[in-house]
Design a protein around this ligand. Structure first.
Ligand code: GAP
Length: 469
């Protein structure tokens, strides 16, 4: 099995991630987070939330998923949020035209046809119309199952449509939001006034987003339902680049400080900018299938606020009473995927390590999560299931459980119990043995070093709380 398959298999076996509607054969592009997955996801979101809102100039918001349909006209999503699709007339299969070309570039690279691959990549980066994509597919003889019978390239809107109320007509159409950001833009004034904020200030939000992606792929990487952690920082026009640099540094450090090795992170500067942006950069992570975006940092100018101002006919200006000026603020956005991020943290933490135990060579699977992200913080083991040890262990378990997630495990050899916890990333295992009865100590074993330490029972809680914070 490849690394990716190993991670997916562990995710299911240990209860991190299940396929949505598994017993019905699954629903493509949708995933469920199991008991450990939801803890991990919540921990990631908590770390992000704290990093954003434990400061004076960023406040939180939780906007609804369904919004007024005019929001999406103003943002440009109704017209422009689409993928270029092409159908093969013979095989009847549908593809994203740009993906087809990208796959062809990869094939050329594998065949060491570097010049041809570079030339095609250059052309792909400089296409202006859908017809250019069609022309490239024909020019390079791209086929599906040997067939080069392609339709024209057509745009396919990625927003999920539904209806409010009982009548399914065009006046009742609403969309599941494809990004959480628009909920922030339309609340720019509400938040500023109620939270008494002054520019520069930011609004942070965590929430679900939905995109009817054509090709869902790579486990949690591209799904149809996912979660975003977005922050829009409103600044005076002309000051956006300074804040862009600042946020870029903060976001890079956030991943690094939560345990992602820097050699697995990369910045990708956007050469071709979206219509609303004057600067954009992606933070990429090296997944088992290669580097992929985990977060976008965009300088979105005043595009969104101005659009909403025009479409709603409500002023979305900032009035600076000190300097006696008024303007529509510019926006620096940090847009991270919570679910895609979970996959990054999971992949970065995953390791199969060779170890020597009792003079025997062995291996263990270990998730080296930063303890703040670990779904279970400590596991409690009575060494044997007699002589009062289970009762003592249960007392310690219940006491610690008031502060963080713990697991009680009394089944099997102690080595097997360690392995089970290593595999889900539990940083500390606590063994209760006869010493606990005689001198009130327990053995604490640390996941990564596998070092063991004797700790007095009355010091245990503080010891762990310090290590976990
Ligand atoms: N408001 C800006 C925005 O939504 P984006 O680059 O389209 O920008 C931001 O998305 C982040 O959301 C991505 O970096 C990724 O982590 C996550 N994301 C986007 N589409 C996704 C999908 N189909 N599945 C999982 N995560 C996705």
């Amino acid at each position: 099995m490849g690394l990716m398959e190993d991670i997916i298999s562990l995710s299911k076996r240990k209860g991190f991630v299940f396929q949505s509607s598994d017993i019905y054969g699954g629903l493509n592009g949708c995933w469920d987070f199991g008991p450990l997955g939801v803890e991990l996801l919540n921990n990631i979101k908590k770390q992000w939330w704290q990093s954003m809102t434990f400061r004076d100039d960023v406040v939180g918001l939780d906007a609804s998923i369904l919004m007024h349909p005019r929001v999406w006209d103003a943002s440009g999503h109704t017209k422009q949020f689409s993928d270029p699709m092409i159908d093969n007339k013979t095989t009847k299969k549908r593809f994203r035209a740009d993906n087809l070309i990208e796959e062809h570039i990869q094939k050329l690279r594998k065949k060491k046809k570097t010049d041809e691959a570079d030339a095609l990549e250059y052309k792909l980066e400089h296409i202006n119309h859908n017809s250019d994509l069609y022309d490239l597919i024909i020019e390079y003889g791209i086929t599906d199952e040997g067939s080069a019978e392609w339709t024209d390239v057509k745009n396919f809107n990625l927003m999920f449509k539904t209806f409010v109320g009982p009548v399914e007509d065009s006046s009742a159409v609403v969309y599941l939001r494809p990004e959480s950001a628009q909920g922030i833009f339309v609340n720019f004034k509400n938040v500023m006034e109620s939270a008494r904020q002054k520019v520069p200030y930011g609004i942070a939000q965590i929430g679900k987003a939905f995109r009817n992606e054509i090709n869902t792929k790579n486990f949690l990487f591209r799904t149809r339902e996912f979660e975003q952690m977005e922050m829009q920082y409103f600044v005076k026009p002309g000051e956006e680049m300074k804040f862009f640099d600042e946020w870029q540094g903060l976001r890079w450090d956030w991943y690094k400080n939560l345990g992602i090795p820097e050699n697995k992170l990369k910045l990708k500067v956007h050469e071709k900018l979206a219509h609303y942006a004057n600067r954009a950069i992606d933070i990429e992570f090296e997944f088992p299938f290669g580097f992929g975006e985990i977060e976008g940092i965009h300088s979105r100018t005043d595009f969104d606020l101005k659009q909403h101002q025009e479409f709603s006919s409500k002023k979305l200006e900032y009035v600076d009473t000190v300097n006696k000026e008024r303007y529509v603020p510019y926006v620096v956005e940090t847009s991270a995927g919570a679910t895609r991020g979970l996959m990054a943290f999971l992949s970065a933490a995953y390791e199969v390590e060779k170890i020597v135990e009792n003079d025997k060579e062995d291996s263990r699977t270990v998730l080296r999560f930063d303890p703040r992200l670990s779904p279970i913080k400590a596991a409690i083991f009575p060494l044997v299931n007699r002589d009062g040890l289970p009762e003592l262990a249960q007392n310690i378990h219940k006491d610690l459980q008031r502060h963080f997630t713990t697991e009680y495990d009394s089944a099997g050899a102690i080595g097997r119990r360690y392995r089970r916890q290593d595999e889900v990333g539990t940083p500390y295992c606590i063994t209760i043995d006869s010493d606990t009865q005689s001198d009130n100590t327990v053995t604490v074993r640390e996941r990564d070093s596998m070092q063991q330490e004797k700790i007095a029972v009355d010091k245990l809680k503080l010891y762990l709380l310090e290590k976990l914070s």
